[in-house]
Write a protein that binds this ligand. Structure first.
Ligand code: PEP
Ligand code: MG
Length: 428
């Protein structure tokens, strides 16, 4: 047994300039683990609680001193001497100490920071990479990266209603090649935007954030970028979308395109829109195509498009095993996004993945729009053999930290490494 000797924490900044929690764990054999917690902007209503101080004099009420104090106080005391290699017991101790359904007592940001830092320290103690420590010998699958190269919605101050237009290098033969392909198209897109007189300023996840004339123009520009970079769309690179439509949902039960033309659509008109896009373009994955409030619409969407493309639940599932099970039972979606801070511990994240898989759903590991250079999710994607990961554009330090870690993992695996490519997707 390798016991926890000490746990400390501090308030640091994330990529949006908001405070977040960083945790340091030291074991009795001297092994260390550090982790930092991400933060979303377009959050699901049923996510675990991110504890913030609400003191308007510090960071506009966004400080995390309380969460930090909870790590240094109650959590550090409860876990001192605990076996760091028993992740399930570590996480269970924190859940019991918190005692709430949504982690509102200690904060999901406090609990998750410790959960990840303990896993890192335990991996170090066993002289293993994190992906190997969590995934064992079987963990050889490198995820297909989904590069969010055009940002809209809550992640950019532009005219685009939909949040993420992602490039998926399904036809690559290795992760390194996928990264190269995605990056080449990213640069090609930049020159196309410049040529057309659009801004090349970027949004929260490093994708470009131009003021386009229509939401669909983003898809067409990306297809142009693929061609300009010398690749074939639909074969070598395809498109994944996260319109994050919970943000567009209004009380009256309709969707409002409030950034572009103020037009409205009901649920079935939204499904028609997606169907027409899927008919026209090489779209292989659609996340939050309808809002978290629209379960009935989701059932219809799944009936209409579930055989053709991946339908990912993010806001609607919140990485919560109970909600994922409900979705499986009701025929809602066919894939689950997995965000560690939506549920707030590593053990529960793994449970969410197992639940999704038990219903035949694919799993898709994800960053948050507010990130740090912590690269834990790169290892998690390989450890769980998820086969797909999104962590923004191939640009900005906090995004490339994850992609670069996957290059290192691929190198460590050598000829055992397998690139997921098309594995989770249907060809358009
Ligand atoms: C990454 C996302 O954004 P956020 O972190 O803002 O929820 C998302 O919606 O998938
Ligand atoms: Mg999403």
């Amino acid at each position: 047994m390798t016991a926890i000797a000490s746990i400390t924490a501090r308030e640091i900044l994330d990529s949006r300039g908001n405070p977040t929690v960083e945790v340091d764990v030291v074991l009795t054999d001297g092994s260390k683990g550090r982790a930092a917690v991400p933060s979303g902007a377009s959050t699901g209503i049923r996510e675990a609680v991110e504890l913030r101080d609400a003191d308007p004099k510090r960071y506009g009420g966004k400080g995390v001193k309380k969460a930090v104090a909870n790590v240094k106080g109650a959590i550090a005391t409860a876990l001192k001497g605990a076996d760091a290699t028993n992740q399930a017991a570590i996480d269970q101790t924190m859940l019991e100490l918190d005692g709430t359904e949504n982690k509102s007592q200690l904060g999901a940001n406090a609990i998750l920071g410790v959960s990840m830092a303990v896993a890192r320290a335990a991996a170090t103690s066993e002289n293993l990479s994190v992906f190997r420590y969590l995934g064992g010998e079987a963990a050889t699958l490198l995820p297909t990266p989904c590069f969010n190269i055009l940002n809209g919605g809550a992640h950019a101050d532009n005219s685009v209603d939909f949040q993420e237009y992602k490039l998926v290098p399904v036809g690559a033969t290795s992760f390194a090649q996928a990264l190269q392909m995605g990056t080449e198209v990213y640069h090609a897109l930049k020159s196309i935007l410049k040529q057309k007189g659009y801004s090349t300023g970027i949004g929260d996840e490093g994708g470009f954030a131009p003021d386009l004339k229509a939401n669909v123009e983003a898809v067409e520009l990306i297809l142009e970028g693929i061609e300009k970079a010398g690749y074939k769309s639909g074969e070598e690179l395809a498109i994944a979308l996260d319109p994050a439509t919970s943000e567009l949902w209004r009380e009256g039960g309709y969707y409002e395109f409030f950034k572009s033309d103020q037009s409205q659509k009901n649920s079935s008109q939204m499904i028609d829109l997606w169907e027409s896009w899927v008919n026209q373009y090489p779209i292989i994955s659609l996340e939050d195509g309808l809002g978290e409030q629209d379960w009935q619409g989701w059932q219809e969407l799944t009936k209409r498009l579930g055989d053709r493309i991946q339908l990912v639940g993010d806001d609607i599932f919140c990485t919560n095993p109970k909600i994922i099970q409900e979705a499986i039972d009701k025929g809602v979606g066919n894939a689950s996004l997995i965000k560690v801070n939506q549920i707030g511990s590593i053990t529960e994240t793994l449970a969410a993945i197992n639940t999704a898989r038990s219903g035949g759903y694919t799993v898709y590991i994800s960053h948050r729009s507010g990130e740090t250079t912590d690269d834990f999710i790169a290892d998690l994607a390989v450890a769980t053999m998820a086969g797909q990961l999104k962590t923004g554009a191939p640009c900005r330090g906090e995004r490339v930290a994850k992609y670069n870690q996957l290059l290192r993992i691929e190198e460590e695996l050598g000829n055992k490494a397998v690139y997921a490519g098309w594995q989770n997707f249907k060809k358009p």
